[in-house]
Design a protein around this ligand. Structure first.
Ligand SMILES: [Zn+2]
Length: 211
């Protein structure tokens, strides 16, 4: 298995490459930026890209997706409830003072319960609205790993003051969907260091009042 997570772009979004070297296949999660480097890395590893998975349609997570699709032919998957975020991409770019990336509607929706990923490393989509309405986490049960997007961070949670955000909903998503996972589940958040479900359940100050 190849698992590489590295920060991309001005907001240091964690992009992940997950590859199966025997099958020669990979998926990329949240290629917000640095697409040339991501593509070069896939070529170096000899992996064919099968899916581009987007945890939510904030510019720092989705900004490079269409460029990567054009380079590789891989489909883009995004929860349909984040389609309104695509429509305000120019506004999102203005928040950061950067150029507006070209975007396109996703090829498929990351609907709750859908299985995505690679045959040997499948993930189940967990719809976790709150940071945005279409925010999802990806649970790779065989790897005991969760890609959390901007829903859950080490010691923090995603902001809810941007369009589509809802502070009650994000806490409900975390409580009912994420804390239900095994405590030893490794969590790779959309920004910052990795953690585990158990660590956050015990010590995340934002979750004190909801457990
Ligand atoms: Zn975000």
């Amino acid at each position: 298995m190849i698992l590489e997570t590295f920060p991309v772009g001005p907001l240091q979004c964690n992009c992940t490459i997950l590859g199966d070297e025997e099958a020669g296949e990979a998926i990329v999660i949240d290629p917000g930026d640095a697409v040339t480097g991501i593509h070069r890395r896939l070529l170096t590893l000899g992996l064919k890209l099968k899916q581009i998975l987007i945890t939510h349609a904030h510019i720092d997570h989705i900004g490079g997706a269409l460029k990567l699709k054009r380079l590789t032919g891989a489909p883009i998957l995004l929860n349909q409830d984040d389609l309104p975020q695509l429509k305000i991409m120019a506004t999102q770019a203005a928040w950061l003072g950067i150029d507006t990336p070209e975007t396109a509607p996703p090829d498929d929706s990351l609907s709750d319960g859908l299985t995505v990923g690679l045959p040997r490393y499948p993930a189940q989509v967990i719809h976790t609205p709150g940071h945005t309405q279409g925010s999802v986490c990806l649970h790779f049960a065989p790897l005991n790993m969760l890609i959390a997007g901007d829903t859950l961070f080490a010691g923090s949670i995603g902001r809810t003051d941007l369009p589509g955000g809802n502070p009650y909903q994000i806490l409900d998503s975390i409580r009912t969907r994420l804390l239900a996972l095994p405590p030893e589940t490794r969590v790779l958040p959309g920004h910052g260091p990795e953690t585990t479900i158990g660590t956050e359940e015990r010590s995340n100050p934002f979750l004190r009042n909801i457990i």
